[in-house]
Ligand binder design. Structure first.
Ligand SMILES: Nc1ncnc2c1ncn2[C@@H]1O[C@H](COP(=O)(O)OP(=O)(O)OP(=O)(O)O)[C@@H](O)[C@H]1O
Ligand SMILES: [Mg+2]
Length: 223
């Protein structure tokens, strides 16, 4: 087993909305090693996106212990977390996270630059995702599925060690979903990437090393 990238022990997270407390996660445990691809399934509203935003440090747990890349989240400040998110952890958000004022090619170049990666094979990446023809378009000129693939290209362009992906094939047809899965598993198998993938795509889930289900605020093995 490789290095431990995520270690969550007894993690809880609630949201306060007006007078209401929405208890989302409680007593959640997870150990994710480098080289692993883990799928997370669970119904809408069960807390899957919340989970990913704890693991990229955008949210902090209310209680419990969370370690990212061997460091305790409680001991990390905003700058530490921003550095982690720029180059080591890429998050593929459910709604895509492209910069609206940059075209696709510039979105990729900007993210790669922020991650300190120098020149990259952006064209190869865009071709692999069949959106090379969209390189000059702005995000609002793309379809939902094209936007999702462009966001994925941005995530891969930063050459992260860990990808947290929120339904990466959610807007894709079978052919494009297959291409996206290929990109993930090529990199995982080459030992360059670990992944935590929220998905409703059972084909994608089954290709992961483990499938976990989010039930009553905690993760358990899915059968
Ligand atoms: N900022 C917020 N303030 C208050 N409640 C929130 C907030 N974000 C999420 N919630 C609530 O927390 C619960 C978990 O939300 P989350 O987005 O993590 O679910 P999810 O499993 O990703 O759902 P989906 O499959 O629909 O994307 C839901 O009940 C949601 O309404
Ligand atoms: Mg969600």
């Amino acid at each position: 087993m490789g290095q431990i990238l995520i270690q969550a022990e007894g993690v809880s997270k609630s949201y306060i909305s007006g007078r209401e407390t929405i208890r989302v996660l409680h007593g959640l445990n997870l150990t994710l090693h480098s080289g692993e691809a883990v799928a997370v399934v669970g119904p809408s509203g069960s807390g899957k996106s919340t989970l990913l935003n704890l693991f990229n440090g955008l949210l902090r747990p209310d209680s419990g212990r969370l370690q990212l890349f061997g460091a305790d989240l409680a001991s990390m400040n905003g700058r530490d977390l921003a550095a982690l998110r720029r180059s080591r952890i890429a998050t593929l958000f459910q709604d895509g996270n492209l910069i609206p004022t940059l075209n696709v090619a510039r979105n990729l170049a900007f993210r790669r630059h922020l991650a300190g990666r120098g020149d990259g094979d952006d064209e190869v990446l865009l071709e692999a995702l069949e959106i090379a023809a969209m390189a000059g378009r702005y995000p609002d000129q793309l379809s939902g599925g094209q936007r999702q693939r462009a966001a994925l290209a941005c995530a891969f362009a930063t050459a992260p060690e860990l990808i947290l992906a929120d339904e990466p094939t959610g807007s894709l047809d079978i052919h494009n979903a297959e291409r996206v899965m290929q990109l993930f598993f090529d990199r995982v198998q080459a030992g360059h990437l670990s992944a935590l993938i929220v998905t409703h795509n059972l084909q994608l889930a089954r290709r992961c090393d483990r499938v976990l289900e989010l039930v009553d605020g905690a993760l358990r093995t899915w059968h």
